[in-house]
Design a protein around this ligand. Structure first.
Ligand code: CA
Ligand code: CA
Ligand code: CA
Ligand code: CA
Length: 545
């Protein structure tokens, strides 16, 4: 009996361990995790489907907070911005799980009483499933049918798994026309030949496949679809692959933007995606910032970017992050230029600069290259499964030429080995909590009442932002969608305002900024002063005349 019980316990324990996460979650698993959270913490989390992707998958939103969540300053956090970036989705779900696991702590309770988080774990649910598909390749587009090369046919030339390994790798073809050569320190790695240095190209390099429609291009129109991070309205890259017929043409992008535009309480947008202005803050560019159509961050916003970056780097220890440039149509640019909010983005991880292993007589790489660096990093991590060794194949489009198939595997350059994810989740959770600690918050200070003469009182008060972050970005001050700070003096029948406004609007308050206001009131008794805006909350103060 005891033996049987022991076997039972062991079997269940094994089952439990088997269930522990060992890889990124597919859409079904993501949905299950979302529903588990909503069931376990009904007083703090609400899971809503704000729409369906082109392929019919729910676009999930988690609202985390207590009380009336739409009346509190909020941070929106978005993942799955690029379909191949599984880490982003994992970071958003991971944040929700870590935060709610700690929800019993007083610090988290008070955080969730004053801040609302709107989480959108996966904006590219259709594309992301390709990681779990029979054929693994980095896909960005959703299930919308597209004609990427505008030849009148759709999906006529997709990738082809020529070696049947279930992944799309690379073909290198020996050719005098080739512009690629082997990396001098690692023959497996293909780099562009630098003609100015006297290098000679030896290979052509193309993604694995054949020219199915014989138009001379390889894999130019596959399952394709529209990529979320190319479909938004700032510098929408019209007429390019994956951009969509027009900005915000897709149900996913439309659902997100509709929600965000309808939420004036959001003061910050955090993107867990390919762009990076968190570990590398944006520098002020006077030329771009003063164009009629502003194309650079305004100076006060670059200062805030630096403050937030400093916090981010302190917590995450991200250093030497590669510089990124937004390609247009992306969420980060939309968030700042069109939504007018403080907007920040980070990929959460990049391949760290791998040190040369002197025991193996390695030297520092003589040519900087992301794949060569990755292979060193992978070998130091004991990962041997992320590179497909080159091997010769016969290729119908290159008769009589030497063609090899192989190269770095899809996904590994932008998604860390899963064992590193727990630490990334933890650090980014800490960042999102600390960020809320800087949030703008309205206060009414220095209330003074002076009797001018019998029945006449001068009331002076200072409306202040006691947060480090401004009530709105400097660019947001000019944005239709942002609400200004309203200050109301509510008087009773016994009182008349002789000078000063009953209701007035303040454009914005910078971090730790304030404005003094004054009124002359006839009468006695008490009045009520109310100040606030959706991004800063509301403060009410009763004042005795
Ligand atoms: Ca086509
Ligand atoms: Ca293959
Ligand atoms: Ca073709
Ligand atoms: Ca093809």
């Amino acid at each position: 009996m005891i033996k049987r019980l022991a076997a039972f316990v062991l079997a269940n324990l094994c089952g439990y361990i088997m269930q522990a996460q060992s890889d990124y979650s597919n859409f079904q698993q993501q949905s299950a995790r979302i529903n588990t959270l909503a069931k376990a913490h009904p007083d703090m989390v609400k899971a809503t489907s704000i729409g369906k992707s082109a392929g019919g998958k729910d676009v999930w939103m988690l609202t985390i907070g207590t009380g009336n969540t739409s009346s509190k300053p909020a941070i929106a956090v978005v993942g799955g911005i690029q379909g191949s970036h599984l880490l982003g989705t994992e970071m958003v779900l991971g944040f929700a799980e870590e935060l709610l696991n700690a929800a019993g702590a007083d610090s988290i309770k008070s955080l969730l009483a004053r801040t609302t988080y709107y989480l959108f774990p996966n904006m590219s649910a259709d594309a992301m499933e390709q990681y779990f598909g029979k054929l693994k390749y980095e896909r960005e587009g959703n299930a919308t049918t597209t004609d990427d090369d505008r030849d009148g046919k759709s999906g006529e030339d997709d990738y082809d798994d020529l070696d049947g390994n279930g992944k799309i790798n690379w073909l290198r073809i020996e050719s005098p026309l080739g512009t690629f050569m082997a990396h001098p320190d690692d023959q497996r790695v293909m780099i562009k030949a630098d003609l100015t240095k006297g290098d000679k190209g030896k290979y052509m390099l193309i993604p694995e496949g054949i020219d199915n429609d014989k138009d001379g291009e390889f894999n130019e129109d596959g399952e394709g679809g529209v990529a979320f991070n190319r479909n938004l309205s700032f510098k929408h890259p019209s007429f390019t692959k994956g951009a969509g017929e027009f900005a915000v043409s897709e149900p996913e992008s439309r659902a997100l933007l509709d929600f965000l535009y309808g939420s004036p309480n959001i003061y910050a947008l955090i993107c867990f995606g390919p762009d990076n202005n968190l570990s590398n803050p944006v520098a002020y560019n006077a030329g771009a910032a003063t164009q009629k159509l502003v194309a650079g961050y305004l100076e006060p916003d670059t200062k805030i970017n630096s403050i937030v970056s400093e916090l981010y780097n302190k917590i995450t220890g991200m250093k030497d992050a590669p510089k990124t440039t937004s390609a247009g149509g992306d969420l980060l640019s939309w968030g700042y230029y069109h939504f007018g909010r403080l907007s920040y983005s980070t990929p959460g991880w990049f391949v760290p600069k791998a040190k040369a292993d002197t025991a193996k007589k390695e030297k520092a790489l003589s040519v900087d290259d992301p794949v060569a660096n990755y292979l060193r990093f992978a070998s130091q991590q004991g990962i041997t499964t992320s590179f497909t060794e080159w091997k010769v194949i016969q290729h119908p489009d290159f008769p009589g030429q030497k063609v090899e198939i192989g190269g770095v595997d899809p996904f590994v350059l932008s998604n860390p080995p899963f064992k590193l994810v727990a630490d990334i989740r933890k650090k980014h959770t800490a960042f999102l909590i600390k960020l809320a600690g800087l949030q703008p918050e309205i206060d009414i200070l220095d209330i003074k009442t002076e009797k001018v003469n019998a029945g006449l009182t001068r009331l002076t008060a200072t409306v202040a932002n006691k947060g480090v972050l401004p009530a709105t970005s400097a660019l947001g001050e000019k944005n239709y969608w942002l609400k200004r700070i309203s200050v109301k003096l509510v008087t009773g029948n016994q009182q008349t305002i002789i000078s000063g406004k009953k209701t007035q609007l303040i454009d914005t308050l910078e971090g730790l900024g304030s404005q003094e206001l004054t009124w002359l009131i006839k009468g006695s008794g008490t009045v009520n002063l109310e100040a606030g805006a959706p991004t800063v909350g509301i403060k009410k103060q009763e004042i005795k005349l």
